[in-house]
Design a protein around this ligand. Structure first.
Ligand SMILES: Cc1cc2nc3c(=O)[nH]c(=O)nc-3n(C[C@H](O)[C@H](O)[C@H](O)COP(=O)(O)O)c2cc1C
Length: 209
């Protein structure tokens, strides 16, 4: 079994994929892990659309590219480093839609309050990303296509009560991703009150591989 901390510390956003297929047994295993996430009142409002159909993947890819080129890229170009921007650009302009499987994660609005929806769906998304990585597959949490609203819902035949929340490509990595860039725990944690360092001594930090 893959070591949990190894999986968590090495999971990264993948934006370019080999065309090789992902089998249904792996997808089912990944989605079952997703369904084990916590949700408000155990409402389990998450809904997963497994998109294999090439025409639908292309439609989602075209939509993503239009949103990216129609303003999102300009917005991000001042915020992301050149290499990060290049990677997101590659993903938005076909890398993500090039994955053999897109999982569109939706929320069933009949099952929880609007205030709880995202908080009840994103834990499932995180389980999904980690499970995919544990099985050696690449994935990325993307929300850009969701900005397309009905243009995303329509090709998926979503009823009005089921809203898209994220699109996750799933596939075999085109190239290794390297280590993730993360700030040290001491920049993010505080003891008792904001501003008191945690861990108390830097040696208390766990090194991330
Ligand atoms: C709420 C959210 C939305 C995101 N949307 C996108 C997206 O639309 N496109 C994309 O390429 N990556 C998206 N990402 C992925 C982030 O860019 C990525 O998780 C982050 O930069 C960390 O990168 P790493 O996994 O390579 O370390 C999103 C991540 C989150 C949490």
């Amino acid at each position: 079994m893959a070591d949990f901390f190894e999986v968590v510390h090495t999971q990264r956003a993948a934006r370019s994929f080999l065309p090789d297929d992902v089998d249904d047994a792996s997808i089912s295993r990944i989605l079952t892990a997703a369904t084990h996430a916590p949700s408000a009142e155990n409402s389990q409002p998450f809904v997963f659309i497994v998109v294999r159909d090439a025409a639908i993947r292309r439609a989602i890819g075209d939509l993503t590219a239009r949103i990216w080129e129609g303003g999102a890229k300009a917005l991000e170009s001042d915020r992301l480093s050149p290499s990060f921007l290049r990677d997101v650009d590659r993903g938005a302009m076909g890398g993500i839609a090039g994955a053999p499987v897109l999982i569109v994660v939706c929320g069933d609005t009949r099952l929880t309050y609007p205030q709880s929806m995202d908080a009840s769906v994103f834990p499932a998304v995180q389980n999904l990303l980690l499970a995919a990585h544990a099985l050696g597959l690449g994935s990325t949490l993307t929300t850009m296509p969701v900005l397309g609203g009905d243009e995303l819902s329509e090709p998926l035949g979503l009823p009005a009560d089921v809203v898209p929340i994220a699109v996750i490509p799933l596939g075999h990595l085109a190239q290794p991703l390297g280590p993730p860039r993360r700030k040290p725990l001491s920049e993010k944690a505080h003891l008792n009150r904001y501003g008191t360092p945690y861990p108390p001594t830097p040696s208390g930090e766990v090194s991330v591989p």
